[in-house]
Design a protein around this ligand. Structure first.
Ligand SMILES: [Zn+2]
Ligand SMILES: [Zn+2]
Ligand SMILES: [Zn+2]
Length: 744
């Protein structure tokens, strides 16, 4: 990888060990020639593997003995163009301790300088315009290094040797403080001070970061948080909170070791974890939820802001209105964010690729799971279970879009793009496809896409002059999970999600598949039900409640849903007017609505999240026992029938059992039924491994039950870790399937 300080590291080690020779890049990695004491040579080889610089990834070391040359010096040799690198550019990385120490040191020339970075840290993917990765092909091109910075950049023994974004207060980017109309009030240190005064005053400030703008407000002020919610037109979706350090994070949330590790890692994702009872943030930060999303400062600017605010937690939410993409361009930020804020803390280092914060969720007792793979993770390559023989582009699904390309044995997935039905997101999608292919010098011959004919990504793919490979949505989910484990299958895949287009044209989402990477067979699913009103049933879970209540023979919904459309919707459902779905996500919606938790939602998955949050208050051992039926349909498919569960839940509600208790019972019943059905089908097909995927498995209560039960039954269970279980992982699964099919 270029720009991660590997050659200077080799240089410094060789000098220390009194070795002569050289180090240079070649097109597959780094070539080192050394001569000297054999023990010192061995020590160098050990250091390469055990102590590489933080951003370097050493996948293998090949050693070949050569003849003596009698050299005395060790040097870094410049290399001419060496073809497309296997790894083009590293991820954006949080400021390192050495850089922060300089920022805090009044005697250092970078004291209070918000753009301090070195070869171990700083922006990368978000500022790269092209390859090869050097300053001229980043958004730092316009800043000419001063003599002092240039000396660091040219000195192989310096921490900033070839650090492309190297900068200082003399030559680098500058902060500016702007009014909502764009008028610049002040710059540099004064700009930082002005933003701090505004935030202390309960104002809302747009802050330009690494991958885009944030909207910032005092997280302890109910008024500021409420005002932010109003201006952002965001009803309930939780806000992420930035805290100064781990101790501050632990004051707000309960963190297990793996959550602490990922929170403090240089990737710096938002970590969603159980909140403490008396966590000192305003209720409006995460209304009705038992968890908070926390992250630590990752740029020196964040560090300076939180220090100046005397460690008060800050809401730092994406700079956008509801579902639009996060603002990264300054003019666009002014237009879109200006009306929402009291001031903008901006700067003159452009962001080339918008890159949202990544999000990971702690699974109590079971590690963490990445829900949104973006800044700090993209575009890090990962190995494919089956290497691609031809260059492949995968265009993902429609919601939570990502795209991916193959580079030899690896898959490279883009940052999070968002929901494609927004034009601005679709533009980002087109840009991401171009950028990824360009950065990695990939000229795709094959394009993998979803089976859904109406997805914009599908339409884009089939219009390309490439060989198309259609991958069924849930097969892609399962393949994405297998990819994490390097598994080629076959596995028994359980894919539970919102909706995905099935091979029969129905909307699937509660599927049991026997799958390898090439193909799959559907062997079981949730019983089908009508979605009255089609896609409207997604935003209005009460419609799914009416449909499922009809199937289960439950009546008397008038009190629960006092809506004039109730009878009409019940009629549509009864007569089967509307698409048919086997979606587990829609069943969770229906149950949440029947318990009175949510009859409509403002964001995807909200009803299911409310149901999970309700269950949280009840230990698993106290959950009542409900059940689902299983039966075999005419096609030999094993069917999971939730009607007994629906009847029991409604009856419990009628006799005033608490919603939390019922919610716990629902999770227990669905989790057990899913595990038992998977086990039965796996045994029937001679499989020892079960893979769990789809957005429903972001529910940690549910996935914990399924995983535990299957493990107790002797199965190996694959659950998502670094690939999102939701549609953000689809492009990775599509690549894995297409790579395998190109070999079949
Ligand atoms: Zn650094
Ligand atoms: Zn400088
Ligand atoms: Zn899906």
């Amino acid at each position: 990888m270029q720009g991660v300080g590997f050659r200077p590291f080799v240089y410094r080690s060789a000098i220390e060990l009194a070795l002569s020779g050289f180090v240079c890049n070649d097109n597959t990695g780094v070539l080192i020639e050394v001569e000297g004491d054999p023990l010192a040579v061995d020590d160098l080889c050990r250091r390469l593997v055990e102590e590489p610089p933080p951003l370097a990834i050493v996948s293998s070391v090949d050693v070949t003995p050569i003849g003596e040359k009698g050299g005395r010096e060790f040097e870094i040799i410049a290399t001419a163009a060496v073809g497309a690198p296997t790894v083009a550019v590293s991820v954006d990385t949080a400021a390192c301790a050495a850089c922060l120490a300089e920022v805090d040191d009044p005697t250092d020339r970078r004291f209070r300088y918000p753009f301090t970075n070195c070869t171990d840290c700083g922006p990368r993917y978000s500022i790269v315009i092209g390859v090869p990765y050097d300053r001229a092909s980043t958004t730092m091109a316009a800043f000419e290094m001063c003599t002092a910075c240039r000396a660091e950049y040219d000195n192989p023994a310096d921490r900033r040797f070839h650090a492309q974004p190297n900068a200082c207060p003399v030559c680098g980017p500058k902060l500016r403080w702007c009014l909502p109309d764009g008028a610049v009030v002040c710059d540099g240190d004064d700009a930082l001070d002005a933003a701090v005064v505004a935030l202390n005053d309960g104002r809302i400030v747009a802050v330009k970061g690494i991958g885009g703008y944030h909207l910032a407000a005092d997280a302890t002020s109910a008024a500021a948080v409420g005002e932010l919610r109003r201006r952002k037109a965001r009803d309930d979706k939780p806000f992420a909170v930035m805290v100064p350090d781990l101790a501050a994070a632990e004051a707000l949330c309960e963190l297990e070791p793996e959550a602490r590790e990922i929170l403090t890692s240089s990737r710096r994702p938002i970590v969603v974890a159980p909140r403490r009872l008396f966590a000192t943030v305003a209720v409006g930060v995460a209304p009705g939820l038992a968890e908070l999303g926390l992250f630590l400062p990752y740029s020196p600017l964040h560090h300076l802001l939180l220090t100046a605010l005397r460690r008060r937690p800050l809401v730092m939410t994406s700079g956008n209105r509801s579902d639009e993409p996060i603002a990264n361009d300054d003019a666009d930020a002014l237009t879109r964010l200006g009306p929402m804020v009291d001031g903008l803390l901006a700067h003159d280092r452009p962001i080339h690729i918008r890159c949202d914060d990544s999000v990971a969720r702690a699974r109590p007792g079971r590690g963490v799971q990445v829900l949104r793979r973006s800044r700090g993770y993209a575009p890090e390559p990962r190995s494919l279970p089956i290497a691609a023989r031809r260059p492949i582009l995968a265009v993902g699904a429609e919601l939570k879009s990502t795209v991916a390309v193959t580079k030899g044995e690896s898959v490279v997935a883009s940052h999070h793009i968002g929901d494609l039905e927004h034009l601005a997101n679709y533009r980002s999608f087109l840009q991401a496809v171009d950028h990824l292919c360009h950065l990695y010098a990939v000229e795709p011959e094959v394009v993998a896409h979803d089976l859904h004919p109406e997805y914009l990504s599908t339409k884009f793919a089939v219009d390309l002059d490439l060989e198309p490979i259609a991958v069924q949505h849930h097969h892609a989910h399962i393949a994405s999970c297998m990819t994490e484990y390097g598994s080629t299958g076959p596995v028994l895949g359980v894919a539970f999600d919102g909706l995905g287009y099935g091979t029969d044209g129905a909307l699937w989402g509660g599927e049991f598949l026997v799958a390898d990477l090439c193909s799959f067979e559907r062997v079981g699913h949730l019983a089908p039900v009508t979605m009255p009103g089609g896609v409207r049933a997604i935003r209005e879970p009460w419609r799914m409640a009416v449909a499922w209540a009809g199937v289960a023979g439950v009546t008397g919904l008038e009190d629960l849903f006092p809506d004039d459309r109730l009878d009409a919707v019940a009629n549509l459902a009864a007569r089967g007017h509307g698409p048919t779905t086997t979606s587990m996500g829609r069943l969770f919606d229906a149950l949440a609505a029947l318990l009175g938790l949510r009859s409509t939602v403002t964001y995807e998955g909200q009803a299911a999240i409310a149901l999970e949050a309700a269950a949280c208050a009840v230990p698993r051992s106290a959950a009542p026992v409900y059940r689902l039926d299983t039966r075999t349909d005419d096609d030999g498919q094993l069917l999971l029938d939730p009607t007994p569960l629906i009847c029991a839940a409604v009856a419990a509600r009628a006799s005033d059992v608490s919603v939390s208790i019922i919610a716990a019972g629902i999770h227990e019943a669905i989790g057990r039924a899913a595990a038992d059905t998977a086990a039965r089908l796996a045994r029937r097909h001679g499989l020892a491994t079960v893979a769990l995927s789809g957005g429903v498995f972001q529910n940690v209560r549910l996935s914990g039950i399924v995983e535990e039960r299957l493990e107790a039954d002797g199965f190996e269970v694959l659950v998502h870790r670094w690939v999102p279980a939701n549609d953000g992982g689809i492009s990775i699964g599509q690549v894995a399937v297409a790579a395998a099919r190109c070999r079949c």
